[in-house]
Design a protein around this ligand. Structure first.
Ligand code: PHE
Length: 337
């Protein structure tokens, strides 16, 4: 028998004897590895004479093919065996590990519902930081330095002079500074005021700001669209009332009240938003910030609104106390899952 035939028989016997993946691997290394016997034979081929080479080469190829095939076949078998062994120790009749399914916070649900309605009305989403400067929170919004909202009694100031925004109207300015008209955006976010925490007031609360700037925007647009929004949100029975008010950055300014028999608290008017026609001084300030006159108040007009999200959620879900939103009490939160 040629030594190569012997080698092949030895290899096949070793493979047959291997019981697991590890011993199979050492057999592979022994015969097919870089310094394995097949490779060594390959080296030796070079030293053979021309006449010998074809016959030996053929034997070498046959041995390599046979060993490779046997390794593969045996590997398959060993793998199947170890898998079925692993499975045999699993008791499929045992109960599984339950995963607790989370749910969205009622305020998040409120945001999603509102954003969905505004999207249908053609509003895009805008965003701005919670930590702001006085320009975006007050000056550009036509709120003079002596305005009471700016005092420390109402506003949280940081040591460096920046502040926590007291309303999301900051995003009006930021959006207009970066995009020319026309504009149609909403900006959901948190706002902060230095207020006593009680059932209806919280130092951190949530708003959706809205801004629409185009040619010939009127109070009729503002009223029609907010009324549509409220009725989409609270139902077609909802009555919406606009009462005159004052904001430095709108003229005229209005407060929005809703009432619906379908809601808890039925007959009562509840204030849910502030709104108005964008004051020309706001456009002038934006132009100053931009360094151009893209918001020429002679050509462009707009309306803005700020919806109190906590208030809307309290009405819609009949929640008696604003503090519940932040207390993380599962007995409360689970009711909205
Ligand atoms: N920023 C006002 C507030 O927080 C609401 C508002 C927004 C009023 C836009 C008019 C226009 O009370």
């Amino acid at each position: 028998m040629h030594p190569l035939e012997q080698l092949r028989e030895d290899a096949l016997r070793d493979i047959e004897a291997a019981r697991d993946a590890k011993s199979l691997e050492s057999v592979r290394v022994k015969y097919l590895g870089k310094t394995g016997s097949i490779s060594e034979w390959g080296e030796q081929m070079k030293t053979l004479g021309k006449e010998e080479r074809p016959a030996v080469g053929k034997l070498l190829n046959q041995a390599r093919t046979a060993i490779t095939a046997a390794l593969e076949q045996c590997g398959e078998k060993v793998r199947a065996e170890s898998e079925s062994e692993a499975l045999s120790t699993i008791d499929l009749s045992l109960p599984g590990t339950p995963h607790e399914i989370g749910a969205l916070h009622p305020l998040t649900q409120m945001w999603q519902r509102s954003i969905e309605i505004f999207r249908r009305m053609g509003f895009a989403l805008a965003d701005g930081p919670d930590i702001e400067d006085e320009w975006h929170c007050f000056d550009a919004l036509n709120t003079p330095p002596e305005h009471p909202a700016r005092t420390e009694q109402d506003t949280f100031y940081l040591a460096d002079g920046r502040l926590l925004r007291t309303h999301t109207s900051t995003v009006q300015i930021r959006t207009m500074e970066s995009v020319p008209p026309p504009i149609r955006v909403i900006a959901p976010g948190a706002a902060y005021r230095n207020e006593e925490l009680n059932a209806t007031h919280s130092p951190q609360f949530h708003q959706i700001e809205g801004l629409y700037v185009d040619e010939n925007v009127s109070v009729a647009d503002l009223k029609g669209e907010l009324e549509f929004f409220m009725r989409e949100l609270f139902g077609l029975d909802t009555e919406v009332q606009f009462r005159p008010h004052f904001f430095p950055f709108t003229e005229p300014s209005l407060e929005v009240y809703v009432r619906s028999k379908a809601l808890k608290g039925g007959e009562q008017w509840i204030e849910v938003a502030g709104c108005g026609i964008v004051h020309p001084a706001v456009f002038e300030a934006v132009n100053k910030g931009r360094g151009d006159d893209a918001y020429d108040p002679e050509r462009w007009s707009g309306y803005a609104f700020g919806l109190g999200m906590d208030r809307l959620a309290m009405i819609l879900f009949d929640i008696p106390d604003i503090r519940l939103f932040a207390q993380n009490d599962l007995r409360f939160l689970r009711q909205f899952a």
